[in-house]
Design a protein around this ligand. Sequence first.
Ligand SMILES: [Zn+2]
Length: 86
Amino acid sequence: MNQERSYNQTLGGMKTKTINRTKYLNICWMCGKPYESYKYDTYACSPRCAQNILYARKQGFNPPAKMEQLTKEKNVKDVKERFGYV
Ligand SMILES: [Zn+2]
């Protein structure tokens, strides 16, 4: 996905530059919901889920979503189709 980003150059004035951003399809570790993010290293679909994961980890629990199960080929395929990756 291309996005235009404007930035102010100290001497050259305003410049517009087109940047490439890669979207990643992730699965939330908290609720198991698939979501898209510009970061590949995120684990939560929302700040709320991120909080819950953080809390669970502090308590010594692993994230509740069964990641091995959720990321099995057939499940991933369904998710990919839903987001138009296939
Ligand atoms: Zn979530």
